[in-house]
Design a protein around this ligand. Structure first.
Ligand code: AMP
Length: 366
């Protein structure tokens, strides 16, 4: 039997974890990445090239049965141009929409998904007017290419506007009201080509300098879960979506506000490798191949701790009951995600205690 070949644009840790989920199902992987030593390189054939290069994408598309991505900054027109060569999942439309915070916000509004108040900012004059309207504090963000806290500036007064405008150096910005959130959560769903959909439980996330630091699942009450699922259902239907989609949310006293979507497997779903019957990585592959989706039932109370900039040793970590150790085979650099630990415990208290034990010997280097 011919093996099914999955193409992944990007060969970072997300691609690596996808391959680690797919190889046992008999899948073969090919990747496109400019780094010959990328974390997924040892798990399939690596095409070394730029994700911006139409011919490199075409070469990957020609070699695979289905093509997906683990990075969001592929030019959507370049991605869409290979649609006649292979199956693209998620679609170029979903990718393009998620690349622009303004398009994303407009989609949220069309689907009646609440967000913080915002205004597009294309000039310094717009910035002043938007700040007058939204008030302080507020957050100025680039519409494109912002991630892990990059491309955003928190503003507290009029005197900071000019510096922020110069710092972000773009005429495609967005000013957002500051959200005094109680918690940050995410909801991850998978939808296959036939429309079957599964949801993971709400996950609570904490950040360190804008970078995800910890996740805990399951979280939230039934009311929040129902609301979040309703929002994600609407997004999936509107985009005729195929694959895993993540919605990042702020929990406020007035309810949930959508922050942004990620059209891919997400760092806040890494706990699902050991903490759910089927991981987000396996369900993404099942979805893009239009296979039946797996149960998302949790196996206990889970936590994920990102190892940012430094990696504790397995000897230190594996002594903790229920801990699973993941290293991405990446060199350590400040703020870089180089591994994570998942903890699965029967009781929430035991899970929390294990997290505290990890934090005794691991401090993020950001
Ligand atoms: P983002 O790149 O939009 O995901 O933002 C990164 C992090 O910055 C979020 O996870 C929040 O912790 C924080 N943040 C972003 N936007 C806002 C906002 N409007 N109000 C308060 N905090 C925010």
């Amino acid at each position: 039997m011919n093996q099914i070949v999955v193409g992944i644009v990007g060969a970072g840790q997300l691609g690596r974890m996808m391959a680690l989920a797919g190889i046992p199902m008999g899948l073969r992987f090919e990747f496109l990445d400019s780094n010959p030593q990328a974390p997924a390189a040892s798990l399939g054939k690596l095409h070394v090239g730029s994700i911006n290069d139409a011919s490199a994408l075409a070469q990957l598309a020609d070699a695979v049965d289905v093509m997906t991505f683990e990075v969001e900054n592929i030019p959507a027109d370049v991605f869409s141009a290979v649609a006649d060569k292979t199956v693209l999942a998620p679609s170029a439309k979903a990718l393009g929409m998620a690349q622009d915070r303004l398009c994303e916000k407009k989609l949220f509004h069309k689907l009646q998904i609440p967000t913080a108040r915002f205004a597009p900012v294309d000039s310094e004059q717009d910035l002043q007017e938007a700040a007058d309207d939204l008030g302080f504090p507020c957050v100025l963000k680039t519409r494109r290419m912002g991630y892990d806290g990059r491309g955003q500036v928190f503003l507290h007064s009029d005197t900071e506007l000019s510096d922020a405008w110069r710092k972000l150096d773009s005429n495609e910005l967005l000013l957002e009201e500051f959200v005094d959130f109680e918690q940050e959560m995410s909801l991850i769903a998978a939808r296959n080509r036939s429309g079957a959909t599964v949801f993971y439980p709400l996950t609570t996330n904490t950040h360190c300098n804008g970078i995800l630091h910890t996740s805990q699942a399951p979280s939230g009450n039934t009311e929040l879960t129902a609301k979040a699922r309703h929002y994600v259902h609407n997004l999936l239907d509107d985009l005729d979506y195929c694959g895993v989609l993540t919605l990042e949310l702020f929990v406020t006293s007035a309810g949930l506000l959508a922050n942004e979507i990620a059209p891919r497997v997400h760092n806040s779903g890494h706990w699902s490798i050991e903490g759910a019957a089927t991981s987000q990585f396996e369900n993404h592959l099942r979805a893009i191949l239009d296979w039946p989706l797996g149960s998302t039932a949790v196996t206990g109370h889970s936590a994920m701790i990102n190892f940012l900039g430094c990696l504790p040793t397995p000897e230190q970590s594996l002594d903790i009951p229920g801990l699973h150790y993941h290293s991405y085979d990446k060199a350590a650099r400040p703020s870089r995600k180089i591994g994570h630990a998942t903890i699965v415990a029967e009781q929430p208290d035991a899970c929390e205690q294990a997290v505290q034990r990890v934090l005794e010997f691991y401090t993020p280097a950001t």
